[in-house]
Design a protein around this ligand. Structure first.
Ligand SMILES: NC(=O)c1ccc[n+]([C@@H]2O[C@H](COP(=O)([O-])OP(=O)(O)OC[C@H]3O[C@@H](n4cnc5c(N)ncnc54)[C@H](O)[C@@H]3O)[C@@H](O)[C@H]2O)c1
Length: 254
């Protein structure tokens, strides 16, 4: 029997690498994509059945081309995970229009374009596919320092997830998002340094603040997120769509 096919964006690092690895362990052939091809290749090389493709999610033509390549090679597309994202910590009053635009291009438009490409293929193939978007705890609350553009872009992902779920439900396609908290990844290391500088405290003190904000009292791991993505991709979640699942150790409860 052929393996189900899962595409993951931003799979070359952090949460995306963990999602790709977890889906691989659960029997998928994983297409690991990233704008950083070397990163995608490194992730794919550790997974039993995987391949790497370069994809910049801000390019809608490339999103279509990548999905079409996958379908041409494998004849199917079962799961698509739009996970690629960026952040840059700055005071709200200092965020330049170019930074704001870049944030939305990757975090929101990227999810939009990839979702369109994946959905078109799933509809054409009559596949009851699953699309999972990586949003954030910052998609549900704006009480987040120095990330106003990121917060706005992630709130948009949550709304988009619901709109996609509503329109794609007649095709049997489920669409959900995960909302991680303080996840130990390269993105978090960058944020640790920025927040320490902006607050005028040591990075260790920032880390301690994040852990103190988390009732389960530790930083989140990429695998904490990946297991929930795998659940949403599975038949155990067969009647869940349009949902935004918090995976944050209780750091924000809604
Ligand atoms: N780390 C956290 O605490 C945290 C919390 C909540 C949500 N998130 C979200 O999780 C997702 C993954 O974050 P991470 O922490 O693993 O970050 P990361 O920086 O470790 O990995 C992000 C990956 O996305 C890729 N990427 C960046 N721009 C791209 C583009 N234009 N096209 C394709 N790929 C691109 C990068 O090359 C990188 O491999 C992001 O959407 C992020 O917003 C992270």
């Amino acid at each position: 029997m052929t393996r189900p096919i899962a595409g993951v964006t931003g799979g070359g690092s952090g949460i995306g690498a963990a999602i790709a690895t977890t889906l691989g362990q659960r029997g998928y052939h994983v297409v690991v994509t990233d704008v950083d091809l070397a990163g995608a290749q490194t992730t794919a090389s550790t997974i039993e059945s995987a391949q790497a493709l370069q994809l910049d999610v801000t390019d809608p033509v490339a999103c279509d081309a990548t999905v079409n390549t996958i379908v041409a090679q494998h004849g199917r597309l079962d799961v698509w995970v739009s996970n690629a994202g960026i952040s840059k910590m700055q005071r709200f009053i200092d965020i330049a229009p170019t930074d704001l635009a870049r944030n939305f291009e990757v975090n929101t438009y990227g999810v939009f374009y990839c979702g369109q490409s994946a959905a078109r293929a799933m509809i054409t193939l009559a596949t009851p596919g699953r699309i999972i978007n990586t949003a954030s705890m910052a998609a549900k609350q704006g009480r987040v320092p120095y990330l106003a553009d990121y917060v706005a872009s992630k709130f948009a992902v949550l709304g988009l997830t619901q709109a996609m779920a509503f329109e794609l439900a007649p095709y049997g396609i489920r669409v959900n998002c995960v909302c991680p908290g303080f996840v130990a990844t390269p993105m978090q290391s960058r944020e640790l340094a920025w927040e320490a500088e902006l607050r005028g405290i040591e990075p260790d003190a920032v880390r301690a603040l994040w852990i103190a904000d988390t009732p389960l009292a530790r930083l989140e791991t990429p695998e904490d997120v990946a297991r929930v993505v795998a659940f949403l991709a599975s038949d155990d979640a067969a009647f869940i769509t349009g949902e935004a699942i918090s995976v944050n150790g209780g750091a924000y409860m809604d």
